[in-house]
Write a protein that binds this ligand. Structure first.
Ligand code: SF4
Ligand code: SF4
Length: 433
């Protein structure tokens, strides 16, 4: 084992100790997470709001989704070009960034002199490095999804639950925090806390947003429509009550047709067992032709819609057949975490700065290399393939993780206990002898 390997092994061991120590943030999240995963996986078999269960819903569309993602990846450049052409015709400003750095530069130019942005749906922005870049450039980032607002309020830096990033804070903790930060006395009840934000932050969102940032659940190459699902109404405000709406996402958010885009968005809500009470279909900036038929851009909604489509690693993965090429098909529902043996056991120490679980570790590998993936807990993956059997597009994350482990092992990062097993298997044909 290399010196670097020893260092990474000690780091992961230390993380596991922290996870097992009462009173740590990791332990608190880990306990909550196990419970959340159990509930989430049980819900897959329950008739929740619909006649069918989410598992039945997924099975009904699995074949179509698999074919659709294969078709997209095989013809990725064609779809990207088609999408850019139609969006441009629809008066959106489309910027194609070859790298993350170029996307960050585009974003800064679009900000102009503005020092504050309001945002929601940040996984893609994190992947593209926009969030780190804005922080470095002293741009104030205002979260709008209540869960993210709470995470920001508590200054919680660890990766968190995807569909409720603040769900591990108790009502009492939130009420106490609001008293400490804003001096308000609230009953420690969800209803009162929500009402407080409705009465205060909603007014700010309606009146102050000049520039907003979102990603997209999916974008249709057929007509350039951006599809965004949500349940709070914050994305509706971010995309309407703003001067400029900036969408930043990887080119893999593109799907062939509008129906595919709506299906992917609906699937993300069904498979997570959350309701998207609002689904926005955005095909261009707000406009009117009500005065003598003269078309004027910017009526009540956003005056400008800017879309930054980012390639970075994606075309390279396809052309060079890189080990994470299959990851291009991922639609980002992140529900593989609920069934993942390692994620359930190790909570937010099996994670990276891009979020929880193996998809976040793969993103870290793509951007920062194998050492980062090992530090994130790569070897904690058991290769059980639960992710593969659950994934709505049958993406085999376990295989990608296995290839990454192979690379890590060749570089001398294999943890000693695994090396011992390997030696016993090779020598005795029995790992326990
Ligand atoms: S790999 Fe995970 S996040 Fe990606 S589509 Fe499959 S289940 Fe969803
Ligand atoms: S193969 Fe690895 S990533 Fe997939 S579910 Fe099992 S432990 Fe998780």
């Amino acid at each position: 084992m290399s010196e670097k390997g020893k260092e990474l092994y000690e780091k992961v061991k230390k993380n596991i100790n922290t996870l097992q120590t009462d009173g740590t943030l990791e332990k608190k999240f880990g306990d909550f997470w196990k419970f959340a995963c159990t509930i989430k996986t049980r819900q897959h078999d329950m008739r929740y709001l619909y006649e069918d269960t989410s598992r039945e819903f997924v099975e009904r569309y699995r074949e179509r989704l698999i074919k659709m993602r294969e078709e997209f990846v095989e013809n990725m450049q064609d779809y990207v070009k088609r999408c850019i052409d139609i969006m441009t015709k629809n008066n959106m400003k489309v910027l194609y960034a070859k790298t993350n750095e170029e996307a960050q530069q585009f974003f800064m130019e679009e900000l102009g002199g503005s020092k504050v942005i309001y945002k929601s749906k940040s996984v893609e922005a994190k992947d593209i490095g926009i969030i780190d870049f804005l922080e470095k450039n002293d741009i104030e980032i205002k979260e709008t999804d209540l869960g993210d607002v709470l995470v920001q309020l508590f200054d919680y830096k660890l990766p968190s639950f995807q569909v409720g990033p603040g769900a591990h804070f108790t009502e009492k903790e939130i009420a106490d925090k609001l008293k400490e930060v804003y001096g308000v006395e609230l009953e420690p009840k969800a209803k009162d806390i929500v009402e407080y934000f409705r009465k205060t932050y909603r007014i700010e969102l309606l009146n102050k947003i000049k520039i907003s940032l979102t990603s997209a659940n999916a974008i249709s190459a057929e007509d350039g429509t951006i599809v965004l699902g949500e349940n709070e109404g914050n994305i509706s405000l971010l995309t309407r009550a703003t001067e400029k709406h900036i969408v930043v996402c990887g080119i893999t958010k593109i799907v062939p047709t509008l129906l595919d885009a709506v299906l992917v968005t609906k699937l993300q809500s069904r498979i997570n067992n959350v309701s998207f009470n609002y689904i926005s279909l955005i095909s261009g900036p707000s406009n009117t032709s009500d005065i003598q038929g003269t078309s004027v851009q910017g009526m009540y909604g956003a005056k400008e819609v800017v879309v930054i489509l980012v390639d970075d690693w994606r075309t390279k993965a396809l052309e060079e057949n890189l080990l994470f090429k299959e990851f291009l098909k991922c639609i980002g529902c992140r529900t593989c975490n609920y069934v993942c043996t390692a994620s359930r056991a190790f909570g937010n120490i099996y994670a990276s700065k891009y979020g929880l679980g193996s998809t976040a570790i793969i993103r870290d590998y793509i951007h920062n290399g194998i050492e980062s993936a090992v530090a994130d807990g790569l070897y904690l993956c058991t290769n059980c393939e639960n992710c593969y059997h659950w994934c709505p597009i049958s993406l085999n994350l376990g295989e990608i993780m296995k290839s990454m482990k192979k690379e890590a092992t060749e570089k001398g990062f294999c943890p000693p206990p695994l090396k011992e097993y390997q030696d016993k298997i090779l020598k005795e044909k029995n790992p326990f002898k």
